[in-house]
Ligand binder design. Structure first.
Ligand SMILES: [Zn+2]
Length: 323
């Protein structure tokens, strides 16, 4: 899932130690050719960060939740709903990272979205905006607002407002384009900003089993019923059998991600990236785990007094939790 961008320095060191001056000279020649290419001559200083304002409160991770080559940039999960930092973040502009031609690419999954054909011969995709200043395709300058942070589009209905950002080489058009540049690596190299590091602790390959209310629950809606209404919310509703506070447990061993301000309540996602499985538990949960923490199956992740919406995903697609 890492970028395919190669590092010039690595190959240069190997070649020099191997064959000496002749190779070093031809490398210099190749380097000059590369520098002469207009796209490569644009330096890090020529880019604006895709979100305006203070970057200190932002949060993003090394891998996109469904394994796609994209990054979701949001507010640090430590800021509770209603805090000034969170409210300020929700008002922020997303901006052109470089000058170019911007056009709208609204779509059901990404919501209000903008495609930027940069003057560096790359395509940049911004999704889930609450509104956009781009109505007709037009030229924009570096740092110019393209719209505002939001959560439009079906793929964000159970996430906090955030920017979905992806990059492709060349100028690609329409919906059938594929991101092929790792935006996390790009951010790290361009701005010197590393993603939030989740635990590096090894964890076993695992598949989900059971439900978040292990052993004591009733099922209210089935996967088939919810899928008919909305494939992206396909899952099941599990209900505690009696009133009172019950433990919510992890049905999967993996890394936890927590979103606290979604239309379905608090959202706890546990991903076992090695097995390409994720579980998503939504509802009135008081989580007791941290964002990025490793949790083991059956361990308590929080408590609830009400029903929970439960989904399982394999390779980014919803799967019946009762399969
Ligand atoms: Zn995304």
């Amino acid at each position: 899932m890492r970028s395919s961008i190669s590092t010039d320095s690595g190959s240069a060191v190997t070649a020099r130690s191997a064959t000496g001056i002749l190779v070093a000279r031809s490398l210099l020649f190749v380097s000059l050719l590369v520098l002469a290419c207009p796209a490569e001559s644009i330096r890090a200083a020529d880019y604006a960060f895709p979100i305006a304002g203070d970057r200190g409160v932002l949060w993003w991770e090394e891998e996109h939740w469904d394994g796609n080559l994209a990054v979701d940039i949001g507010i640090h999960p430590g800021f509770a709903p209603g805090t000034p930092e969170r409210l300020e973040f929700y008002e922020r502009d997303v901006v052109a990272v470089i000058s170019g031609e911007a056009s709208r690419l609204d779509n059901p999954r990404g919501g209000i979205a903008v495609l930027l054909h940069g003057d560096d011969n790359r395509t940049y995709y911004y999704a889930h905006l609450s509104e956009s200043t781009i109505n007709e395709p037009r030229r924009v300058s570096r740092g110019e607002p393209l719209g505002q942070i939001g959560r439009t589009g079906t793929w964000t209905q159970y996430l906090d407002p955030h920017l979905h950002f992806a990059i492709a080489a060349g100028h690609q058009h329409g919906f059938h384009w594929a991101a092929d540049i790792n935006p996390v690596t790009w951010i790290e190299r361009t701005f010197g900003l590393a993603p939030a590091r989740t635990t590096t602790q090894a964890y076993p390959l695992a598949e989900p089993s059971g439900t978040p209310l292990f052993g004591e629950y009733e099922t209210r809606e089935s996967f088939v019923e919810t899928e008919a209404g909305n494939p992206l919310l396909a899952g099941t509703t599990v209900v505690p059998p009696r009133p009172g506070r019950v433990a919510v447990r992890a049905p999967l061993t993996g890394i936890a991600r927590i979103h606290v301000d979604t239309p379905l309540g608090t959202r706890v996602q546990i991903t076992n990236a090695r097995a390409a499985w994720s579980v998503i538990i939504s509802g009135a949960i008081d989580p007791i785990i941290r964002h990025g923490e490793l949790v083991y199956r059956e361990s308590i992740v929080g408590f609830t007094e009400g029903p929970l919406h439960y989904m399982t995903f394999h390779r980014g697609r919803p799967v019946d939790p009762a399969r």
